[in-house]
Each structure stands twice: as structure tokens, then as C-alpha cells.
Design a protein around this ligand. Sequence first.
Ligand code: SF4
Length: 77
Amino acid sequence: MEAQLHEGQCGLCVHFGQNNPQEPQLIQIRLKHEAPENLVEPCGLPRHQLLHLRVSPISGCEGFEFAPQAQASQPAL
Ligand code: SF4
């Protein structure tokens, strides 16, 4: 299942899969604001990385920061 992603969700966050930012699937997710719900990637926020946190695109936390591609492709409100 593909999920629609919004600001604050891991799939649009710069820390989602941060160890592999050029991964084509991640770039597609950021451009389309859509991701498979069952995808799991490591979070690169330093304090989460210490805990080896892995998150799905529909997760989220207060450390959210837009990935540049995701912010540039924001749908107009
Ligand atoms: S857990 Fe927080 S910091 Fe990590 S990818 Fe998700 S929103 Fe970003």
C-alpha cells in the first residue's frame, strides 16, 4: 500500500535513510510524497542513530527536518 506523506512524517525527513541519501527509491518518495507503508529505513538523527532506530515513512517525531527535494516539491496549498 502506498501512503500519502505530509510534513512531519519520516518519509519526507532529511534523516530518513540518511546513510544512503542518493537511493533512487528515497528520491522518488521525496518527489512524489508517496511511499510504501511497509518500507523501513534507519533514522539518521544523531540521538536516534545511537539507538539504531528504524522507522517507516508514515512515522514521525519532533526532530523532523524537510529533505530538500521534498520541500521543493511541496504541493501548492
Ligand atoms: S524519526 Fe524523526 S528525525 Fe527520524 S526520520 Fe522520522 S521524523 Fe525524521
